[in-house]
Write a new protein. Sequence first.
Length: 173
Amino acid sequence: MLKRCCLVLAVVLCAAAAPVAAQTTTANLDDRIQDVKGDVIRLNRDLMVLEEELLFPANTQVAIFVSMDVGKLFQLDSVKIKLDDKDVANYLYTPAEVQALHRGGVQRIYVGNLKAGSHELVAFFTGKGPHDRDYKRGATIRFDKSTEPKYIELQIKDSTGKLQPEFEVKVWQ
């Protein structure tokens, strides 16, 4: 009888310990899943960096950015970019994106490859200008591409003296 009671007690204790062990196993499994998710996120980031390096090697890379300084005299609607007479980017802006540019944001509108040599960039800006009139302006720059990456900024500025927007193209060094 004592053996039978011990056996029943052992079964009851095992049954009571099983949920605790299951909870511990579940907690360990959750921790392991979170660790694996973190590893996957880091691996994905590394793969994206490698992909960009393979698709756009530094010796041929050109990146074009759009920024806005104040922007009270011009409400941006769209930007169109041509490189060497080829359309490479067209972008229509939402009001939220324009607000982000007003707050100091910078948009990378184009990344591509160019061979070394002389190139021409033409950017067309459309939107509403002073007195709520439709406004379309262009900016052109000729630049030499070497074996280093080239970064170009298209900046929209207010000219308070002229009471109209100005479009400046800067080549970053």
